[in-house]
Design a protein around this ligand. Structure first.
Ligand SMILES: O=C(CO)[C@@H](O)[C@H](O)COP(=O)(O)O
Length: 230
């Protein structure tokens, strides 16, 4: 993932998978051709749901030593978990701008560990709040559902946020997350998203490999089209 800024990457979310089989579900996603794993961490404060923390990541890491773990930290005071997630083997730490008084300090602490830093916003947060941080992070996350649960309806009115980021900041990694699947990937690709989080549409697919390949092809075609139009 190191030198792949702006390329099409599919990162399944396992939130709606069979969490009693977490390791095998993660492996199933990678065996189906996923580029990375999107792991949803929820604390019951920042979002009204509870999932898992760094102890679980620590157990997962030895089972999949080379998989890129994209930690989606839907938590209050995200600074508190940076060290733990790094020690557990996380590769990227994506926090929410709404969750901290000092995003720049959070970004600095993440990068000091060697992890990649991501910053995300919820649907009701204007994209312009990210302007001071985009050049400091490795990836920007645009939520297309209210964070907290998988299987929700895609919010197409979030696409202008992605277009804004692509137009103002060029080849950064822009991740889209929530209700993304074969029926909605074209909108995301056309808007400029290149890192695709898809949960239910992939983990619930009869053919996850086919679903992943389809979405990657749509994004790759959109990237090529935008490059030709420049
Ligand atoms: O962070 C979240 C939800 O809060 C997402 O990562 C969802 O887990 C994506 O799942 P689908 O909407 O694709 O089912």
């Amino acid at each position: 993932m190191a030198d792949s800024c702006g390329k099409a990457k599919i990162g399944p979310s396992i939130l709606n998978a069979d969490l009693s089989q977490l390791a095998s579900e993660c492996q199933r996603m990678m065996d189906s051709g996923a580029d990375y794993l999107h792991l949803d961490v929820m604390d019951g404060q920042f979002v009204p749901n509870l999932t898992f923390g760094h102890p679980v990541v620590k157990c997962l890491r030895p089972k999949m030593p080379n998989v890129f773990f994209d930690m989606h930290m839907m938590v209050a005071a995200p600074e508190q978990w940076i060290e733990g997630m790094h020690a557990a083997g996380a590769n990227q730490y994506t926090f929410h701008q709404e969750a901290t008084e000092d995003p720049k300090s959070c970004i600095r602490k993440i990068k000091e560990t060697g992890m990649k830093a991501g910053i995300g916003i919820k649907p009701n947060t204007p994209v312009e709040v990210l302007d001071p941080y985009v050049d400091l992070v490795d990836m920007v996350l645009i939520m297309t559902v209210e964070p907290g649960f998988g299987g929700q309806k895609f919010m197409a009115d979030m696409m202008p946020k992605i277009q804004y980021l692509r137009e103002h900041f060029g080849h950064i990694d822009i991740e889209v997350d929530g209700g993304v699947g074969p029926a909605t990937i074209q909108q995301c690709a056309d808007a400029g998203a290149n890192m695709i989080v898809s949960g239910s549409a992939v983990t619930g697919s009869e053919n996850p490999r086919e679903t992943i390949n389809y979405m990657r092809n749509v994004v790759e075609e959109a990237i090529q089209k935008s490059q030709l139009e420049r």
